[in-house]
Ligand binder design. Structure first.
Ligand code: KIV
Ligand code: ZN
Length: 513
């Protein structure tokens, strides 16, 4: 058994399945590049057969990522597996991750297949996949609620066909740490060819135990791969959180005795990038990446930390990538300083034209905000990652008036499919009036599920406001994010960003019909 723990990141696949977290191809590539800087071992880039958009995203990531293995999910059928192999063709190292449900409930009610049919389909899928790719992962979906005797037969068969990683999902987050750990150990002891594969854990967080269950799968069960997402992003209560797993194993190396290859200084930048891209805000008290994770408020704690850090700190903030809010640039900073800071932040803009456009936005921001922090720059290039063809709507100008005792009014000018339109409306407040003005023109009919405002850098009203708007239309849920020192403008940008995502509507097939 190896003493290395493989970190398999599925932010771009299972994380993206969270309603509203869908990302464009370019957004996914930016995150994949950050995951590569983070040095995760495997990046699950998407589900190539689910839509043309996902296929393109997997293929683009496979073209650009060289240090991490790039993986695509595929159902256990020839079409999905061929699509996955096609999308992964340019990868330096590619992996196909195939799955089929094995619990009695899923087989009977969802697949309408007998256990014998499922066993045969799993076997033939892995045999087919093995001819397309040398690195095959197999997952029995709802594995933790499956009958262990049946599961052993399926797993033995797929390992015999050449599966190199066996992943045991707790698909619905039902497991308890000790029981899950024993479940994995039991399977590894009973499957005769268990030693021919690496065992992996994949836990959902419905009972808040995804990280604890995964760690038990590693410690008690002997798993050597953990599947996880940045910020624990994922459907319902989310997936196992990467930052918590990595820091638990590193901080308690005395207990786990395992190495992880992750560059922990890239954790906070990755967390910010995922949260700014998806609009899923990180709770302040979230372990490792929450804004308060290293903030000592009580006098006794502060006194202790000043005398000796380890009195109250088990990890160092800088080791996970927290830097004190640094004033990095200002109004007088030139293009070269800006470009260098982008490089230091690990932001790669593809062309000189993109750098110029981002620099113009930076200058505009610096005119209105005297201190520009790293977080401001990241938000600014987040705006920049939207390409012209994805930008059907773009804010041009906004004018609003609010006065005590009067009903606020707004006039918004924006580009809509290449032509400029101006629209005005009243509203309960200036934000409401602005969004109503936009909607009056666009007439999307979308329902707003969420509106939230956050300060990008804490501690001052001079911060930029970052607004997230979540819209639902015809079963599709999208998030739009906008940043600006003026929160009314940030709100209009966020609303237009969400409309852009609805406009670029990507159709997806249901995960397993
Ligand atoms: O949770 C799950 O069962 C999955 C599988 C597709 C691996 O995400
Ligand atoms: Zn999952």
């Amino acid at each position: 058994m190896t003493d290395k723990l493989i970190i398999f990141d599925t932010t771009l696949r299972d994380g993206e399945q969270s309603p509203g977290a869908s990302m464009t191809r370019d957004e996914k590539l930016r995150i994949a590049r950050q995951l590569e800087r983070l040095k995760v071992d495997v990046i699950e880039a998407g589900f190539a057969a689910s839509s043309n958009g996902d296929f393109e995203a997997v293929r683009t990531i496979a073209q650009h990522i060289k240090d991490s293995t790039v993986c695509s999910l595929a159902r256990a059928n020839d079409r999905d597996l061929s699509r996955a192999a096609e999308a992964l063709a340019p990868a330096a190292r590619g992996r196909i991750h195939t799955f089929i449900a094995t619990s009695a409930l899923h087989m009977e009610k969802k697949l309408r297949m007998t256990p014998e049919q499922v066993l045969e389909q799993a076997r033939s899928a892995v045999r087919f996949a093995r001819n397309l790719c040398g690195d095959i992962e197999f997952s029995p979906e709802d594995g933790y609620r499956s009958d262990p005797d049946f599961l052993c037969r399926v797993l033995e068969a797929v390992i015999a066909e050449g599966a190199t990683t066996i992943n045991i999902p707790d698909t619905v987050g039902y497991a308890i740490p000790e029981l899950y750990g024993q479940f994995i150990r039991n399977l590894r002891e009973r499957v005769p060819n268990a030693d021919k594969a690496i065992w992996s854990v994949h836990c959902h967080n419905d009972l808040g135990m995804a990280v604890a269950n995964s760690l038990a799968g590693v410690k008690l069960g002997g798993a050597r791969q953990v599947e996880c997402t940045i910020n624990g992003l994922g459907e319902r209560a989310g997936n196992c959180s990467l930052e918590e797993i990595v820091m638990a194993v590193k901080t308690r190396r005395d207990y786990f005795g395992l190495d992880v290859g992750v560059d922990t200084s890239q954790i906070v930048p990755a967390s910010r990038m995922v949260s700014q891209t998806t609009g899923f805000v990180v709770q302040p008290n979230k372990a490792v990446v929450g804004a308060n994770a290293f903030a000592h408020a009580s006098g006794i704690h502060q006194d202790g930390v000043l005398k000796a850090r380890d009195t109250y700190e088990i990890m160092r903030a800088e080791d996970v990538g927290w830097s004190a809010n640094k004033i990095v640039l200002g109004k007088l900073s030139g293009r070269n300083a800006f470009k260098q800071r982008l490089q230091e932040l690990g932001v790669e803009l593809e062309s000189e034209a993109e750098i110029n456009a981002a620099f113009a936005r930076f200058k505009d921001l610096a005119d209105r905000k005297s201190e520009i922090f790293d977080e401001d720059i990241i938000a600014l290039v987040g705006d920049e990652s939207v390409t012209a063809e994805q930008e059907h709507y773009r804010l041009v100008a906004l004018n609003q008036h609010s006065e005590t005792g009067e009903r606020p009014q707004a006039r918004v000018t924006f580009a809509m499919g290449g032509r400029e339109v101006t629209s005005q409306s009243e509203g309960n407040g200036p934000v409401d009036a602005s969004l109503k003005a936009i909607e009056a023109q666009v007439q999307s009919g979308a329902e707003m599920l969420l509106y939230s405002v956050n300060a990008i850098t804490s501690g001052s009203t001079e911060s930029q406001g970052e607004v997230t708007v979540r819209l639902q239309l015809g079963g599709r849920v999208v998030n739009g994010v906008g940043a600006d020192p003026d929160i009314v403008v940030a709100s209009a940008k966020a609303y237009l960003a969400a409309l852009n995502k609805l406009h670029a509507s990507v159709e997806r097939v249901a995960a397993q019909g």
